[in-house]
Ligand binder design. Structure first.
Ligand SMILES: Nc1ncnc2c1ncn2[C@@H]1O[C@H](COP(=O)(O)OP(=O)(O)OP(=O)(O)O)[C@@H](O)[C@H]1O
Length: 282
């Protein structure tokens, strides 16, 4: 496994240097993403370099507008970067064209979105195997059974999404993400639509996938309680890395976030940065 690699230009030809750092699932170097041009240009990401080791549950946090979604979209190949390089499982993805990116996403990445994104006409079982079917990959029956059983979905496989609770639908989405044993699962506010009990179940299952199966998970969240399930919190402020926490607790996350709430940042649900301590959702 090779990651990260370094690209440089020699006589107009892009050379790719490879050195083995096989314990890194996702790496980014000097990432910049600018929206718009001239005076209206917004630097959503300004020189972000970060590594996500294999088998780690990482949370990405920061005030609204700090670049969390942009970072996730650039890391997952859902958006182009203005400059810089992203590697997934050793493959530099920032130079890939559409078809290569689609294939890489199918093979290497699992997604869990706030809105579940299940196909309403398909059963839970059909939804779970859909990405493998699209990639024409074989379903490992023993692994399917283990994932479905661990996620508590065994009795729900014939149900369609509207026959499932929100928590069950999100567990189907987690099973779908896990089934292909991806290099990384990107989770975008996975508990945003769930009550606290269902949310805690989903977070515990993401944790289990990391602890039990060595899955790598990168989760964007506003919720300090959700972030406290992770191994490491990467903090963004104004498009830059603003620090990180290891073995985070709700309190350590909240105080770190207060530190990055820069003038001009808007914390969702609160008029003033720093006025959000009751509850934990930033
Ligand atoms: N398509 C776009 N066009 C122009 N500006 C954009 C676009 N997408 C994001 N931005 C800007 O880039 C910056 C980072 O946005 P981003 O959505 O990544 O932040 P975020 O931390 O995910 O915010 P939130 O917590 O509110 O979801 C913001 O200033 C935002 O207005």
């Amino acid at each position: 496994m090779h990651s990260p690699e370094r690209q440089h230009s020699r006589g107009g030809v892009t050379m790719t240097e490879t050195h083995s750092t096989g314990d890194t699932a996702v790496a980014a170097r000097a990432l910049r993403k600018t929206y718009g041009r001239g005076e209206s240009a917004v630097a959503a990401l300004a020189d972000v370099s970060v590594d996500f080791p294999r088998g780690q549950f990482a949370a990405v946090m920061g005030p609204s507008g700090s670049g969390k979604s942009t970072l996730m979209h650039c890391l997952a190949g859902l958006d182009t970067v203005s400059s810089g390089t992203v590697w997934i499982d050793g493959t530099p993805i920032t130079g890939l064209r559409d078809r290569g990116l689609t294939r890489l996403r199918r093979e290497k990445i699992g997604f869990v979105f706030q809105a579940y994104n299940l196909v309403p006409t398909l059963t839970a079982r059909q939804n779970i195997v859909l990405p493998l079917a699209l990639a024409r990959r074989r379903v490992d029956r023993a692994w399917f059974d283990e994932v479905v059983q661990t996620l508590g979905l065994t009795g729900r496989l014939k149900h369609r999404p509207h026959e499932l609770s929100g928590g069950q639908q999100q567990r189907v989405a987690v099973a779908r993400a896990l089934l292909g044993r991806p290099a990384v699962i990107f989770a975008d506010e996975p508990t945003g639509n769930l009550d606290s009990v269902a949310g805690a179940e989903v977070l515990a299952l993401l944790r289990t996938s990391v602890a039990q199966w060595g899955q790598t998970v990168i989760m964007v969240t506003h919720d300090a309680v959700a972030a406290a399930y992770s191994d490491r919190v990467v903090l963004l402020g104004d498009g830059r890395l603003a620090g990180e926490l290891h073995a985070p607790t709700v309190d350590s996350v909240l105080s770190a976030l207060h530190g990055v709430a820069l003038p001009g940042s808007v914390l969702p649900g609160s008029a003033l940065p720093g006025s959000v301590l009751p509850g934990s959702t930033l």
